[in-house]
Write a protein that binds this ligand. Sequence first.
Ligand code: GDP
Length: 423
Amino acid sequence: MHSKDTIFALSSGAPPAGIAVIRISGPAAGGALERLAGRVTAARKASAAVLRDGEGVELDRALVLWLPGPGTATGEDVAELHLHGGRAVVAATEAALAAIPGLRRAEAGEFTRRAFANGRIDLAEAEGLADLLAAETELQRRAALAAAGGVLSRQVENWRTRVLALGAQVEAVLDFGDEDDVAGLPPDFSPAVAELAREIGLWLDRPLVEPLREGFRVVLAGPPNAGKSTLFNAMIEDEAAITAPTPGTTRDLLERPVAIDGVPFTFIDTAGLREGSADAIEVQGITRARKALARADLILWLGAEGEGPAGAWEIAAKSDLGRSKRAASATVSATTGEGVADLKNLLVGYARAALPAQGAAALNRRQHALLAEAAAALSIETSNPLIKAENLRAARIAFDRIAGRASTEDMLDALFGRFCIGK
Ligand code: GDP
């Protein structure tokens, strides 16, 4: 990265808006502020200033902040310009900044990437921040806030410190030349390793963050005319639409992300599951339906009792036409609305239990895989101190990778690419 460059970007939403905030970060931030405002304003105080371009033409009367590094979000010198949020005001100010030598427009996520590079946040916090910016429901916001606030980072740092201390105990034994005897280890060594593995295991058992990010996937399935589409519409009606990413959406599957009681769901209406169709398009639709079923967090089965996929909820539909005697998780009439609210409540309760708990930091798949490696290494039974030392080292490396101490450029590109420009 060109970390000597000074970057700038509009960090607030798209103009026009009441206020537009342009952030400038890097060694030339103070110089840029001086060029525009005529002076470097008092540190960490809001100051009113008339901003002018290189020709002295007035750009705006703004509120400016001068935040000298390293105690800033990026760890660098930062200046903020709080402008009137008009398109032309922003465009003219950006043009004036671009004309200053050493300044360039920031790439997506570049401010956050600098915060990471300068040790202001670690990788787990950056991942939480990305989720926080993408959060559309209350549950997503709280989990992301916990991660961005460093709940996992502090826990991992605690484990890392303990693993290093345990490693030092093994090294001491090795230094005495006792290479095949662990008798020299203190009696609390093994219980301490076991306790570490146990604590990590508790985190591994928690629900992952991805279903929270994508919404809890509820697939409606059953033969044609079972009432799936009508129920689908009844389920999403009046609910807040959200824009969860919907990988693999096709014309034959209807996916709709909605939030119910702050819980993110994606409802998926599938083509009827019917064997032996001769229609090529229908066959394709059925293939896609089967894929959707495989990815479902929960299936609502509207077909004949007991014929649905394993684990599916039996739904007795069209209850207005007469109550069936079938055993069912819910009895609904999508046309009269009977039972629809009850079904939603059941789903909310079920999804809440399967999603990360309110406000608890949850692991993403990457973090989960690394912690599983650490737990596996710590659970290996051996009396050989050399192997003990190696296992502790393996755990420490996994912790380092969670915090981003040993992350590759590819992985950083992928993460920071999720941010928008200006963040
Ligand atoms: P799908 O093929 O499984 O998606 O079924 P549809 O939702 O298209 O419904 C098939 C037929 O059943 C349509 O004529 C609907 O109007 C009707 N239908 C769906 N739900 C109900 C219901 O709750 N009560 C009644 N009386 N008819 C329903």
